[in-house]
Design a protein around this ligand. Structure first.
Ligand code: IPE
Ligand code: IPE
Ligand code: MG
Length: 247
């Protein structure tokens, strides 16, 4: 059965682990810093280093898409100073790393309601996404001001507009219509969802997309997560028996 489920899912040139799309809830920066008697921002800085390492590793491991939860729609509840630090780290990350992503053929994408961010940051993101859009390598999708419930509400609003315009009949609204209205519409299906730092919850991340994703929780704090840790998660994924409700 396991082999059957796997081969149904395999695609041409699939690497041994069989995963196309991995998403990560990058959690534990604050605790990493606290353990070192450092301010939380030091943990976030170390977290950016981990993003660099893991994005490279994802490419080397042959993933088609890596989605990283960087800022949730609920993270606005944090002190303004920490929110500002996170936004400025993001800005500097795009400035410093966009050339490398582009040179490696990576397509940069953003999911979440990022348009609500500071206008100059929105411009910067749009520029980075546009610059890499024609590449043919893996997708690195950053979830920014992302909340799965907000994403579903926005999808519902878009569908409601189509209904009002007479384009579709409410009774004909399909699973595909909903999926097409999500920020992930043109990303591969989610295979593996990783959360670091020992918490075992989704914190409003990819609720729809995770319907049949494999979940992997590790106690490793995000700044300590690296290529080896990603390879280990993919090893665990390879051994999972995915059934999708069948036998
Ligand atoms: C994850 O680390 C980064 C973001 C949520 C932006 P945290 O900042 O949540 O770190 P902990 O959970 O407090 O350790
Ligand atoms: C989830 O982590 C969000 C990101 C990693 C960006 P949080 O640290 O915000 O989640 P909770 O508050 O512990 O659920
Ligand atoms: Mg956290």
């Amino acid at each position: 059965m396991a082999t059957q489920a796997k081969s149904d899912f395999a695609h041409d040139g699939a690497p041994g682990h069989g995963a196309r799309h991995v998403a990560i809830i990058m959690d534990g920066n604050g605790r990493w810093a606290k353990k070192r008697f450092m301010p939380r921002i030091a943990g976030h800085r170390a977290g950016v280093e981990a993003v660099r390492k893991v994005a490279r590793a994802a490419r080397e491991l042959g993933l088609e898409c890596l989605t990283l939860y960087a800022f949730s729609s609920e993270n606005w509840k944090r002190p303004a100073g920490e929110v500002a630090d996170l936004m400025s780290l993001l800005r500097r990350f795009i400035e410093s790393d966009l050339d490398e992503f582009h040179a490696n053929g990576v397509r940069l994408r953003v999911i979440g309601n990022y348009r609500a961010l500071d206008a100059s940051l929105v411009d910067m993101i749009d520029g980075a996404v546009a610059r890499t859009a024609g590449n043919s390598g893996p997708i690195v999708a950053i979830a920014l001001n992302y909340g799965a419930q907000d994403e579903l509400v926005r999808a519902a609003q878009a569908i409601a507009l189509r209904v009002r315009a007479g384009e579709i009949d409410p009774a004909a609204i399909s699973l595909e219509d909903v999926a097409a209205g999500l920020d992930t519409a043109d990303l591969p299906p989610l295979d593996l969802l990783i959360r670091t730092s020992g918490e075992q919850r989704l914190s409003n991340f990819m609720l729809w997309q995770a319907a049949y994703a494999e979940l992997y929780f590790t106690d490793t704090l995000w700044p300590d997560f690296d290529a080896r840790a990603l390879a280990k998660a993919l090893d665990a994924f390879r051994l999972r028996d995915r059934r999708f409700g069948g036998l």
